[in-house]
Write a protein that binds this ligand. Structure first.
Ligand code: ATP
Ligand code: MG
Length: 198
């Protein structure tokens, strides 16, 4: 199954972001973007891709351990950004060092469970809001509208393992796009300064 580790915004935070995204929908070019589904909004920590079922027990144990070692931390949605001309996102502010540490630990957990992970890139916290179908949609109006956005602070208390069901034949089926398979509480103390591997 296709899997990734993520931080999920609580309902109140998603609702607040929903109001911001409603306003983005009114901007020129909005119809040419493919907007991500709101119940699926997430910050990807580590993308694993297709994972063999046989690796799941070890992966789960390692992710549980990563969560146990990492302290809960403060986060808020912050501004906007883009990857190339294709992906529009909102970013994060707050205890980004701990968010990055959690991302590194999730990546290390997956590697050690035997999942071939892509080459490590510097983690950039983002919650994808929309994707352009081509390169032709100017994202500037959306970036301008997102720039002043400061969401309410929340306390990240869980690491989630999420299954991604790709739409079959391009048609969205009955199954949810993303399913949280399990979420582990963050139970570390202090700053989690032991590094990604602990
Ligand atoms: P779609 O692929 O249909 O546009 P999606 O990208 O949200 O939807 P997935 O491709 O399953 O669904 O990806 C799940 C999450 O992992 C998304 O947040 C996506 O941006 C991220 N992701 C996907 N591929 C990678 C990758 N190679 N490296 C890092 N993150 C990735
Ligand atoms: Mg994708």
């Amino acid at each position: 199954m296709r899997l990734f580790a993520a931080v999920l915004p609580p309902a109140a935070v998603a609702a607040e972001l929903g109001g911001v995204v409603d306003a983005l929908h009114a901007l020129p070019g909005a119809g040419a973007l493919r907007w991500t589904s709101r119940p699926g909004w997430h910050f990807t920590l580590a993308f694993m891709g297709e994972v063999d079922d046989a690796l799941l027990p070890d992966l789960r144990a390692r992710l549980a351990r990563a969560a146990r070692r990492t302290p809960p931390f403060a986060l808020r949605l912050h501004g906007g950004g883009h990857f190339g001309r294709r992906a529009l996102w909102t970013g994060a502010a707050g205890d980004l060092d701990v968010l990055r540490l959690l991302a590194e630990r999730a990546d290390a957990a997956a590697r050690r469970a035997g999942i071939p992970m892509e080459e490590h890139r510097r983690y950039r916290a983002h919650l994808t809001l929309a994707r352009a179908r081509g390169e032709g949609v100017p994202l500037d109006p959306f970036l301008d509208a997102l720039a002043p956005f400061e969401g309410a602070r929340w306390r990240v208390g869980e690491l989630a393992l999420v299954r991604s069901n790709l739409p079959v034949g391009g048609v969205r089926g009955e199954q949810p796009r993303y399913e949280t398979l399990e979420a582990w509480p963050l139970e570390g103390r202090g700053e989690g300064a032991e590094g990604p591997t602990g």
